[in-house]
Design a protein around this ligand. Structure first.
Ligand SMILES: Nc1ncnc2c1ncn2[C@@H]1O[C@H](COP(=O)(O)OP(=O)(O)OP(=O)(O)O)[C@@H](O)[C@H]1O
Ligand SMILES: [Mg+2]
Length: 212
């Protein structure tokens, strides 16, 4: 059945959209059929994609579908989409200000929640809060995997340092890190870098899809 991977965080600007795009692109590169749903009411991704397609006369088939939704509709839409098996993965890029109710409903239908977090004290505190808030959903959805994705990590930082900084988080801290990159700022090319392959693989492994 279709697996739902939701990017959630209680703070804006932690890297949800950036990583949702890169993960979707890489999952597509790995041969999976992917849809990316954004609940951001600004519809950043769809607008971006439309502009790109509009600008390019030789637009190829998009790597993955981008669908718009919102907090109130997303859970019901996923419930309807999941059993249809149209996609191998649905990646949800949730809005910066998701409501408690919205987060709870999304968690119940998700197979994995990914919380991107840098190592700044502010991000770590918010990540702690986000995971605490997600705990009740874990009681209701025993299969839910909550993962922290270290994001904006300096290239010289060791994985051990990251694990130590995040050890008090009641979630699986992924054994990979997204580097702080200038290139990520320009995400309009929607091309995942080669290094994102390891990150996608690690996420799939945690989802029990390690064979890919
Ligand atoms: N690994 C990274 N390296 C460099 N810049 C990054 C990285 N991750 C995110 N950014 C930058 O940080 C900013 C916020 O990232 P992004 O839009 O992905 O966050 P978000 O969680 O989706 O924010 P919002 O909650 O507002 O939707 C963007 O300018 C993005 O390019
Ligand atoms: Mg965003």
């Amino acid at each position: 059945m279709t697996k739902v991977i939701s990017f959630i965080s209680r703070k804006g600007g932690t890297g949800k959209t950036t990583n949702a795009i890169n993960l979707s692109t890489m999952l597509n590169n790995l041969g999976h059929k992917v849809a990316l749903i954004e609940t951001d009411t600004n519809y950043t991704l769809s607008t971006l994609r439309k502009m790109e397609v509009f600008q390019s006369e030789t637009a190829e088939e998009p790597a993955f579908e981008i669908l718009g939704s919102d907090d109130d509709r997303i859970a019901a839409e996923l419930e309807a989409l999941k059993p249809k098996n149209t996609y191998d993965f649905i990646v949800v890029d949730s809005a910066g200000k998701t409501t408690d109710e919205g987060i709870k409903k999304l968690c119940l239908i998700s197979d994995a929640v990914i919380v991107p977090s840098s190592l700044t004290q502010n991000d770590l505190l918010v990540t702690y809060q986000t995971i605490t808030d997600l705990s009740p959903a874990r009681d209701l959805n025993a299969d839910l995997r909550i993962m922290v994705l270290p994001n904006r990590i300096h290239s010289l930082t060791k994985i051990k340092t990251i694990q130590d900084a995040m050890e008090n988080l009641n979630a699986h801290v992924l054994n990979v890190a997204v580097p702080q990159k200038n290139l990520f700022v320009n995400f309009s090319t929607i091309l995942a870098e080669e290094q994102y392959r390891d990150i996608a693989r690690e996420i799939l492994k945690q989802l029990g899809d390690g064979q890919t």
